[in-house]
Design a protein around this ligand. Structure first.
Ligand code: PMP
Length: 299
């Protein structure tokens, strides 16, 4: 126990058994989609939102997922239940499936569905307390009219190129701009800044960022806490001049940024607004979600 992988209808418990074909177009061409979902205290957080986004990505790519959304939700819950864990990172991947050489999707009659229930630690624990040092990357985010950023596809080369820069500069994370020079997001997380006390800014999705489910959750929490939430294009200058900055994502959760391009954000420590939002977010993640214990075992 401690890991469970659903592979096209079967369950396995080791990485070594979780094998797919080298002819899978997910592997050959990055032709596929994915989701990263969290389970806290035995509850799948925002399950329906993730499954909905997955199916929307599938519609765009014309991948016919061989199960309904309800069946997919059940499969996620069951995989989690079989892992025997209560705090889980779920990686759900649907690829075009095994086929022949050449891009033609008709060569792949059956999509591959993989659900991995495992652990995750994106950043070392102390980064959550002390904050991240980030740099602005020269790699620009994909233009949404070339690859729509709402398709959460297996093609992450744009982000990986930015991550390579981040690593090369010795930073913890990278900020990606869009082709017009506006702040888009981090390499795989959304970005927020706080200015003028209770004003929370985040770039609008049309700039070419993924509309993160955590981003949406944080925006709603902030509104409830009395913050003014503003989706507006801004440049790195606004981050330099902000009081606080933080990143959001299902894997990363909420993580503070304390330095960007050698400049301190605020006083260089995680801010009080960040802590307030994190606290509310954690309360929500630990009390809401689809329970995995009541799932029926169907295989
Ligand atoms: N942007 C990108 C490019 C991502 O890959 C992700 C997910 N890691 C996010 C933002 C955050 O999205 P979510 O909050 O839905 O996990």
């Amino acid at each position: 126990m401690g890991r469970c992988i659903y592979l096209n209808g079967k369950f396995v418990n080791t990485r070594e058994e979780a094998l797919i074909s080298a002819y899978d177009h997910g592997f050959l061409y990055g032709d596929g989609i994915f989701e990263g979902i969290r389970v806290y205290n035995g509850r799948v957080f925002k399950l329906h939102e993730h499954i909905e986004r997955l199916y929307h990505s599938a519609i765009s790519l014309m991948i016919n997922i061989p199960m309904s959304m309800e069946e997919m939700e059940k499969a996620v819950v069951e995989t989690c239940q079989r892992s025997g864990m209560d705090n889980i990172y779920v990686r759900l991947v649907v690829s075009r499936g095994p086929g022949d050489f050449g891009l033609d999707p008709r060569k792949c009659p059956k999509p591959t569905v993989v659900i991995m229930a495992d652990e995750i630690s994106l950043y070392p624990k102390d980064k959550y307390e002390k904050g991240l040092k980030v740099v602005t990357c020269s790699t620009r985010r994909n233009r949404p009219d070339c690859i729509n950023s709402q398709i959460k596809s297996l093609n992450y080369l744009n982000n990986i190129l930015a991550k390579i820069e981040t690593v090369k500069y010795g930073a913890d994370e990278g900020v990606m701009l869009n082709d017009a020079g506006y702040v888009c997001e981090a390499t795989a997380d959304n970005i927020f800044i706080i200015k003028n006390a209770k004003k929370l800014f985040t770039p609008p999705a049309y700039l070419g960022l993924l509309e993160g489910i955590t981003r949406d959750t944080v925006m709603n929490i902030a509104k409830e806490l009395g913050y003014e939430v503003i989706e507006m294009p801004f440049t790195v200058h606004e981050i330099y001049a902000s009081q606080e900055c933080f990143l959001t994502g299902s894997g990363a959760e909420l993580i503070p940024v304390i330095e960007i391009d050698g400049r301190l954000v605020g006083d260089g420590k995680p801010g009080k607004h960040f802590k307030k939002l994190l606290d509310a977010y954690q309360k929500m993640t630990h009390s809401q979600g689809v329970p995995i214990k009541s799932a029926t075992v169907s295989v």
